[in-house]
Design a protein around this ligand. Structure first.
Ligand SMILES: [Zn+2]
Length: 692
């Protein structure tokens, strides 16, 4: 098999270099955008004709997610197992959504297998090189979800992500708690620019979040709550991975993504204050539509706010608490109140603190019993709830510096290099629209960058034009929200020297409002905001810097000697602002994380594999047990092991050639004699069994 892949890569590599059409701004179909900019109350957009939902509950769907290898006609999904090497095979795939069978090419990694029809591979689809990258990136995401959630979806073999065409674009389907994703066949190509930027396509992250929904029945509210869980896990996995999310190739940094998800999810809830309640707006899942409060978003927002306050380790401990609870209670709690009780207990166990005061300040219910239990378990006062600087805000209620009363939510932002108003942006001076700002691009209102605008619509069609100065070409992170409700509308962006040529920019509806806008010329730009709202409504606009993301460099530093690979990992220390990594891990395509070493600015990994091939490696920096950088782009070792000769001419049948395993893959200490430990010894049984 391997040899066939190589051959095809060689013969199709010219297609992989096809330049992507560069447009200055992401552009969308206008009419579609107008409908899509509204808040995604769920991901209904992913589910069109195949039914109301983009997910199937465990009891639904066709019981067998079958993928039968051709021509061996051997077994079912269990044949799609990790081989330790990226492999391709042809399978007959039976859809769990439709029951129909498709002939597909399966590209398998360590945890996932993408199944694509012939039509989506090659000239009009994805190159095999691109597919390998997609498989491997999705493997990394699977590993991260497993770390967060502490478990895996049910079902045999690899998680199959089948790109199928049942005759129409049905969006996507994810099996809740089980392995199995299906999406319209065109999605691979549609999201190519995203995974080429190092981000797993958003619909895949979404559906995988359904697969990793293992505890929802224990901790969420009643009603249709599967999108409460995904509302949490989608942005959190993208944040945790430190890869962020890509929208049409524009990557939003992980931190910005998390902040925005929280703000958007909880803006209406926070604005309503105690006039809204969990009983009214969350418990049954129905929400309080009159105030744009949605049960799923509110639940997800509270979880994300907890996650931001306490960090990734707390989230993991909280979910491990739920695992223990689930084991002890095979039947989920019967009421929404009882489920919330488990959630609150999990939060407490995760934070190792009495979190009642935090949740109270977020208007989230804590029963008297839970309150009493936490007071016993954690008798010390929760310092995150105290207001040491007497500015009426505690860290739990958003104070980023509780030793300075000048720094608090709603403080006036001044140009002092500090985030005075605790909105996660430094020196984003506020412009508040008092007199109506003109829509006329020739008399635009000057605002500073980074900036923060609170504007309003004087009339139903009111638009406002702002002028910003860009000193050097760069990208800005721009996002908008309504005040206490969702923002709907769009932007138009023009170069001031050329204002009559409109290059409209639309808010991608998928991304809780944020988009990364490249400004390719220095000078003045006009940003026209066109809210899609009635008269007298307010909006809030943020013009933010792009976060600097820490990224190590990975290099193959020694010519491969037989089956030994020497890899250097170099990190620019100046890039660490808050934390220094504690370790670096090495990721090998098809094998997962294979080694970890204590962090050094320059590190060397010496990796000895029983069977080397054109393996791709990545590295990722960690702080304790959580990523501190994204996994780097893959670097190919360029090694082809002599045991895999080229296939005879004309043989294109992708029949797997199982590598001869000569010895157990092992990891050696590096030249600096640092301690290297194996994270997950590749399963030799699987290595041997390989696809047939
Ligand atoms: Zn969904």
């Amino acid at each position: 098999m391997r040899t066939v892949i190589f051959k095809l890569i060689v013969s199709t590599c010219v297609f992989a270099i096809v330049a992507q059409a560069q447009t200055r701004f992401p552009q969308k179909d206008h009419s579609a955008s107008r409908q899509q900019v509204s808040r995604p109350t769920s991901d209904q957009n992913l589910a069109t004709k195949a039914g109301a939902n983009d997910f199937l509950l465990p009891g639904q769907g066709f019981a067998s997610r079958k993928a039968t290898t051709i021509p061996a006609q051997k077994s079912i999904t269990s044949s799609i197992v990790s081989s330790g090497t990226p492999v391709e095979s042809i399978v007959q795939y039976q859809s769990f959504s439709f029951g129909t069978t498709f002939t597909l090419h399966a590209f398998s990694g360590k945890y996932v297998s993408y199944l694509l029809p012939e039509s989506q591979i090659g000239v009009n689809g994805l190159s095999r090189d691109e597919i390998r990258e997609l498989v491997d990136l999705t493997d990394v995401m699977y590993a991260h979800m497993m770390e967060i959630v502490g478990g895996e979806p049910g079902g045999e073999g690899l998680l199959t992500i089948a790109m199928i065409n049942p005759g129409y674009d049905f969006g996507a389907k994810g099996w809740v708690g089980k392995k199995g994703v299906e999406m319209y066949e065109g999605y691979g190509v549609r999201y190519r620019s995203d995974f080429l930027e190092g981000c797993v396509p958003n619909p895949v992250v979404h559906e995988m979040s359904h697969n990793f929904d293992l505890y929802n029945a224990y901790i969420s509210h009643d009603g249709n709550n599967v999108h409460a869980w995904t509302g949490f896990l989608i942005p959190y996995a993208q944040y945790y991975s430190q890869a962020g999310a890509s929208w049409h190739g524009n990557v939003v940094s992980p931190r910005t993504l998390l902040d925005q998800a929280i703000d958007i999810d909880l803006d209406a809830w926070d604005t309503a204050g105690t006039t809204a309640s969990w009983n009214q707006c969350v418990k049954s899942g129905s929400g309080c539509a009159d105030r744009e409060i949605y049960a799923n978003e509110t639940w997800a927002g509270i979880f994300l706010r907890y996650a931001r306050l306490h960090g990734t380790s707390a989230v993991k401990r909280a979910l491990r608490y739920v695992i223990t609870y689930k084991t002890a209670h095979p039947t989920p709690p019967a009421t929404a109140e009882a489920k919330n009780e488990v959630l609150v207990s999990a939060f407490s166990a995760g934070a190792e603190a009495n979190v009642a005061c935090e949740l109270n300040s977020w208007n989230w219910p804590v029963s008297a019993e839970a309150q009493g239990q936490m007071a016993i378990s954690f008798p010390n006062q929760n310092s995150l709830c105290s207001d040491v600087d007497n500015d009426t805000y505690s860290p739990a209620s958003g104070d980023h510096n509780d030793s300075s009363s000048a720094i608090r939510p709603n403080a006036v932002e001044t140009l002092n290099g500090l985030d005075d108003d605790c909105d996660h942006s430094v020196d984003d001076v506020l412009f508040r629209e008092l007199d109506d700002v003109s829509a006329d691009v020739h008399s635009a209102q000057y605002v500073s960058v980074p900036g923060h605008i609170i504007g309003h619509t004087a009339t139903a069609d009111d638009s406002d034009s702002y002028q910003i100065q860009i000193d050097t070409p760069r990208s800005l992170n721009i996002w908008a929200k309504g005040m206490g409700k969702s923002f709907s509308g769009w932007f138009e962006l023009r170069y001031a020297g050329d204002p009559d040529t409109t290059a409209p920019v639309y808010l991608p509806y998928e991304i809780v409002g944020a988009t990364v806008i490249p400004f390719d010329r220095a000078g003045a730009w006009i940003l026209t905001v066109r809210p899609w709202a009635g008269a007298g409504e307010a909006y809030e606009l943020f013009l933010g810097k792009i976060d600097q993301v820490v990224s190590p460099q990975l290099q193959i530093i020694a010519p491969p000697k037989l089956n030994t690979i020497l890899v250097s990992v170099t990190t620019d220390q100046d890039s660490f602002k808050e934390l220094t990594p504690t370790s670096a891990r090495l990721w090998a395509e098809g094998l997962g994380f294979v080694a970890e070493q204590s962090f050094q600015p320059v590190m060397t990994f010496k990796l000895k594999l029983a069977t080397t091939y054109n393996i791709r490696l990545r590295t990722q920096l960690f702080y304790a047990d959580s990523p501190l950088s994204s996994a780097t782009k893959s670097v190919s070792t360029g090694i082809r092991y002599k045991a895999f000769p080229n296939p005879p001419a004309g043989q294109i049948s992708p029949i797997a050639v199982t590598p001869k395993v000569e010895s157990e893959p092992r990891l050696k200490t590096n030249t600096r004699s640092q301690k290297v430990r194996s994270l997950r010894a590749p399963d030799l049984g699987l290595l041997r069994s390989g696809p047939q």
